[in-house]
Design a protein around this ligand. Structure first.
Ligand code: BG6
Length: 471
């Protein structure tokens, strides 16, 4: 649809950006923090670990001041479960509570609304040692952790996100570093873990609605529209399959309290049916386990064709945005109409609008974008200048599509690209940068970690000041 004029962004639109604890904080073992699965994982050769990251733990005041200078209305960050509960449960670490109290207070002092992710890939290693998400005890450990967060921060935090990209942890845990390499029958076990995460999320939502008056909570999956490679009905069906497995499985459960039927048939066909205990479906179907909004991360669309023959590799790809396929279900296809980033991710702003429309029409809940952005090898030029025009172009095109989606009638209440500040990528190191603020470090040379405003910093500041009228 083309419009003569576009609707404006709502007056109280939440402009901001996102980060996650392990990718930005550093101080991985300081002040009583316990190890997470990420801290204990083997790191790929040639890329840094997460021990220092962007050193935000020690520099959060300076960082928040910079976000405020850009005019942020909100800031999405995650709490490291292992700072609060070093062993995942039982003993609280007061220093962890203190750090997030300080960060939240600092944000509020700068009129920035905290948007808190409870769990962003960094499961406590002590829980992993006992089976991680395969162990049902982790469900209650998460619910207990959520309760502690509400008790300590619920007086100031109004927006909560449960689990970041649960779907990517299930589909691409190898790339992200969350996959337990000891699993004997990984796919089957992963869908069992998925079931447990769904229960943990439902319990956290129920508690939030019981404990915090007026707070709002939502899931944060990675959602992308899925295109068929051609109009061949078999390709359309393959797109339908992948959509069910990649996207709707996760959102249907949290929004409707039931398994998506195509995804369920896929489990049956492949032997992945999870064990469901008595009472599980009641928890999942509980009316108070429904989200108040849907947060989602978007980087690209996916294009697939029918899987014909036995030429398809297994689902796992070593990268969360590159689709290979699964025998008899779908097969990844390169979309010839889309350009790619330096890291091979397809760029599809129009697909962003398609995705926004699809989610909204299916669930009819307010939406917020919690990730979207361009990873690139930025160059620090003389005089502390970073000319990241390519990032500005990418974001401009995506913000335009947000406005078009709003004009389409989508209830979008915020946009938080990835990432506020440079941080360490999930598996491609610190040289893959996303931020508005450059962090002066290299892959293994920590230099002085000083903060430098990129060209996109000044551009985004103007976007926010004009409430999206000038992009
Ligand atoms: C998302 C994650 O998958 O994409 C982030 O939620 C991640 O944690 C982001 O950093 C970008 O991916 P990558 O692999 O480039 O860091």
């Amino acid at each position: 649809m083309y419009y003569e004029s576009l609707k404006s962004f709502p007056d109280d639109f939440l402009w901001g950006a996102s980060t996650s604890a392990y990718q930005i904080e550093g101080a991985w073992d300081e002040d009583g923090k316990g190890p997470s699965v990420i801290d204990m994982a083997q790191h790929q050769e040639g890329v840094t670990d997460f021990k220092v990251a962007s050193d935000h733990y020690h520099r959060y005041k300076e960082d928040v001041a910079l976000l405020a200078e850009m005019g942020f209305k909100t800031y999405r960050f995650s709490i490291a479960w292992t700072r609060i509960y070093p062993k995942g449960t039982v003993e609280i670490n007061p220093k962890g509570i203190e750090f997030y109290n300080n960060l939240i207070d600092e944000l509020i002092a700068h009129d920035i609304e905290p948007l808190v992710t409870m769990y962003h890939f960094d499961l406590p290693y002590a829980l992993q040692d006992k089976g991680g998400w395969s162990n049902r005890e982790t469900i209650d450990a998460f619910a207990n952790y959520a309760k502690t967060l509400y008790e300590n921060f619920g007086d100031r935090v109004k927006y909560w996100l449960t689990i970041n990209e649960q779907n990517m942890m299930i589909l691409h845990g190898d790339a992200i570093g969350t996959l337990d390499s000891n699993l004997e029958n990984p796919e089957k076990e992963l869908y069992q873990q998925n079931h447990h995460m769904m229960l943990a999320q439902a319990k956290a939502m129920i508690l939030c609605h019981q404990m915090l008056d007026g707070a709002k909570i939502g899931p944060a999956p990675n959602i992308s529209a899925v295109y068929p490679a051609t109009s061949k009905p078999e390709d359309v069906l393959a797109a339908n399959n992948f959509n069910a497995i990649r996207n709707w499985l996760y959102l249907d459960m949290v929004c409707f309290g039931r398994y998506n039927s195509v995804a369920w048939s896929y489990f049956e066909e492949k032997g992945y049916v999870p064990e469901i205990q008595e009472g599980d479906m009641e928890i999942l179907a509980d009316a108070t386990a429904r989200p108040d909004f849907i947060a989602f991360n978007y980087y690209s669309t996916a294009t697939v064709e029918a899987s014909r023959g036995n030429d398809d590799a297994k689902n796992s790809t070593g990268d969360q945005q590159i689709v290979i396929g699964e025998q008899g279900v779908y097969k990844g296809h390169t979309n010839q109409y889309l350009e790619k980033t330096e890291f091979g991710w397809e760029v599809d702003p129009v697909g962003f609008r398609v995705t926004l429309r699809e989610i909204y029409s299916r669930y009819n809940l307010p939406l917020i974008v919690t990730e979207n952005g361009l990873g690139a090898f930025d160059k620090l030029e003389e005089g502390d200048v970073v000319n990241d025009d390519y990032r500005i172009e990418y974001l401009k095109k995506h913000i335009k599509q947000c406005q078009l989606a709003i004009t389409d009638g989508v209830e979008l209440f915020g946009y938080c690209p990835w990432s506020a500040i440079d941080l360490v990528s999930t598996h491609q190191g610190s040289s893959k940068r996303y931020g508005f603020i450059y962090v002066n470090r290299e892959e293994f040379d920590l230099k002085d970690l000083r903060r430098i405003k990129k060209k996109s910093f000044y551009w985004y500041k103007d976007v926010i000041a004009s409430n999206g009228a000038i992009i």
